[in-house]
Design a protein around this ligand. Sequence first.
Ligand code: ZN
Length: 352
Amino acid sequence: MLPTFDGHNDLLLRLHKDPANRETIWLTGEGRGHLDLPRMRKGGFAAGFFAIYIPSPVSHDSQDYMAAMENPPFALPLPALITAEEALPTAMSMARQLLWMERASQGGFKICTTAAQIRACMAQGVIAGIMHMEGAEAIDETLDNLYAFHAMGLRSLGPVWSRPTIFGHGVPFAFPASPDTGEGLTAKGRDLIRACNDLGVMIDLSHLNEKGFNDVAKLSTAPLVATHSNAHAVTPSSRNLTDRQLHMIRDTGGMVGLNFATSFLRRDGKQGADMGWEDVLAHLDHLLAILGEDHLGFGSDFDGAELPQGIGDVTGLPALQQAMVDHGYGEGLMRKLTSENWLALLDRTWKA
Ligand code: ZN
């Protein structure tokens, strides 16, 4: 089993929702969800992006939405914009949970802001965490909060999580559907991209619509990255990347993290764990065919999505690796996909 560098998870949301239980959730494991320290060690989870995400008043994992996603075609409406004033306490809570995770782990988990720190953690068996913001709701229009979160350790940010922000517009969850769903970045969004470039904060395109993606591509000086998205040619979900977008990512030396969410993996677009490896491997093959070997990794969506039964939770990472090896992926390629490509991307993106 190779150690895995993962592009996206939502563990901080679980801690934010149930802070009284955080020791059980993080340190001992509550037997629910996808991530906790013991299971991450068992599954070979070595490093990953931990998302700060502002939940909507009506959650996108409500029963109505879940029922729709289990019965494609579907097109879910997007929640309304949340202001920075409303979002900041929640974002601060999740940042605090990440900082607590480091303290509570007593050396087992470390928040990293350089690729060298992550490599050192991986060499020592310490799990490395990166502070990521999925949707820039908590960033105010002066961008002062961006600098504050950067000082707290933020090194990755998506201008939107699907719902609109003052910075841009995201894709509604729909299948089958194009990612070309509306307007792109706002003028403030362009300021945000420039500031992220200046700070060396990685910009995540995963929830942006196609116009927003193009706007970032035109403006950003950094490689283009989609931390948790799949191939639209295999599963035509609004959240997946078209071949044109994949070519653009490759041409900038960027990166795609394979999302394990069943609704973005299954060819039928359905949310449901009852699937084998075939569709997972079809995405990997397609992404490799366009991106080449150096621009693909994992972006699990652990604790943020329903996963294939063969993965289940973080302890399923070795089974996924075995399926890839059985499919014919060699040792060198496996090393790139499991961690080396993400590390090299951070070398190209972050300022040390
Ligand atoms: Zn997401």
